[in-house]
Design a protein around this ligand. Structure first.
Ligand code: ACO
Length: 372
């Protein structure tokens, strides 16, 4: 009998050599390399290259890749005009989606080929850095700029966002970009694959992914987790807040639980390290203490069901300590995810291409006579 799988749960649509996840043991690897080791020892450009082209780059491959990205930091005027014209209150991720959509509208005759990938990937990575940095600049009341190439992607990005930035924050941003780069095929990447499987262009595929990422069931958990900490206000209020909201009102604790993991999310190791290191101001220490107490209570209560902390519990603390407000968190997630999504598109379209076209089982009326 044909069965429906709501949410495509347990449906496999591709092979992948990109990200390996063992949800029971809490293991995550990119092309065989441990995720926390990559976050510590590599840069975003190196890991993007690994994901997109199969191996870590040698020095000249890396330099060439960086140069190609840096050539694309200056946005065309029409993108800058759209950034300026959208209302101040526009959603950050929605702005990214809109500007990428404008870029897709001027894409003509795009054909998938390895040659095109090499041209379009650095263009996308350079453009997206600049779009996200300028979204933040405009939202914080400053002018649009052309980012100036710095030592790596993370430092170019942060220097475009902030007047002052230190190495610890750059390293934390670089690690966050790597840790969020890919996670097999969640809803956003799957949306990109559906679009790419029609042989639409890369920008349109990316727009589909960003549109799916916007939903609160997907990209918004770091924001949700951080808002809980703000609502709790003091470490002493953690237990009463938990008992009222999570135990009595049966709300879900945001930042806990995952469809794949039945233990701690492996990306937490790095995020916790940076949360500890960067939370130096009194208000940041207060938030971190709230988070730690809340995590302890949550894990004690829900671990018997296999519910543990996920990466979004601490990533917002890191983004905030770098200097970003809560409404930028999901957009930073989007910035990190672009290379992973592109790598999946290439892997699917160039190696396993088949139009993604599932079926639905009809359960409506039988034939009816037409009457006015
Ligand atoms: N708080 C309290 N209880 C929870 C939580 C939570 N965060 N997550 C799951 N549970 C409970 C459920 O109530 C359910 O209990 P029951 O069996 O007694 O009914 C049990 O654990 C299993 O839950 P499911 O909903 O079946 O788990 P599923 O795999 O579908 O959900 C999800 C995963 C959506 C992430 C869920 O854990 C959740 O809502 N978490 C909070 C939101 C969140 O942090 N999202 C980020 C995901 S990670 C990421 O995007 C990087």
């Amino acid at each position: 009998m044909t069965e429906v799988s709501p949410g495509l749960e347990n449906v496999y649509i591709k092979y992948t050599a990109l990200t390996y996840i063992d949800g029971n043991k809490g293991i995550m690897r990119y092309r065989g390399y441990d995720i926390n080791e990559l976050a510590e020892k590599s840069s975003f450009e190196e890991v993007s290259y690994l994901m997109l082209f199969g191996e870590l780059p040698d020095e000249s491959e890396l330099q060439n890749f960086k140069n190609q990205i840096n050539k694309n930091l200056k946005l065309p005027d029409y993108m800058k005009n759209i950034l300026k014209e959208l209302p101040e209150k526009a959603d950050s991720l929605g702005i990214l989606q809109t500007v990428l959509s404008a870029r897709s509208s001027v894409e003509s005759n795009y054909k998938y080929s390895e040659k095109n990938d090499m041209e379009i990937i650095p263009e996308i990575l350079g453009n997206v850095l600049s779009i996200v940095a300028n979204i933040y600049r405009l939202k914080s009341g400053r002018d649009i700029i052309d980012p100036v190439p710095d030592k790596n992607y993370a430092s170019t990005f942060l220097r475009a966002c902030f007047d002052k930035i230190d190495d610890d924050k750059i390293n934390a941003m670089d690690s966050a970009l790597i840790l969020y780069m890919d996670h097999e095929i969640p809803a956003s990447t799957t949306s990109a694959l559906v679009t790419a499987s029609t042989l639409s262009d890369m920008y349109s595929s990316l727009v589909s992914a960003i549109a799916a990422l916007r939903g609160p069931l997907h990209g918004g958990a770091a924001e949700g987790a951080y808002k809980q900490f703000l609502e709790i206000k003091t470490p002493e209020n953690v237990e009463p807040w938990f008992n009222k909201n999570i135990i009595d009102d049966k709300k879900r604790l945001i930042g806990l639980g995952h469809r794949v993991y039945r233990t701690y999310d492996p990306r937490l190791t790095s995020f916790k390290k940076y949360a500890d290191k960067l939370s130096t101001a009194p208000d940041q220490k207060n938030i971190l203490e709230i988070a730690k107490r809340l995590e302890a209570l949550g894990v004690k209560t829900f671990s018997p069901k296999g519910i543990y902390t996920n990466t979004d519990f601490y990533s917002g603390i890191v983004f905030n300590a770098i200097g970003f407000p809560v409404d930028m968190f999901t957009t930073l997630f989007g910035l990190s995810r672009v290379s992973g999504i592109l790598a999946h598109i290439i892997e699917y379209v160039e190696k396993q291409e088949r139009l993604i076209r599932p079926r639905a089982i009809y359960n409506g009326y039988d034939r009816r006579d037409y009457k006015k």
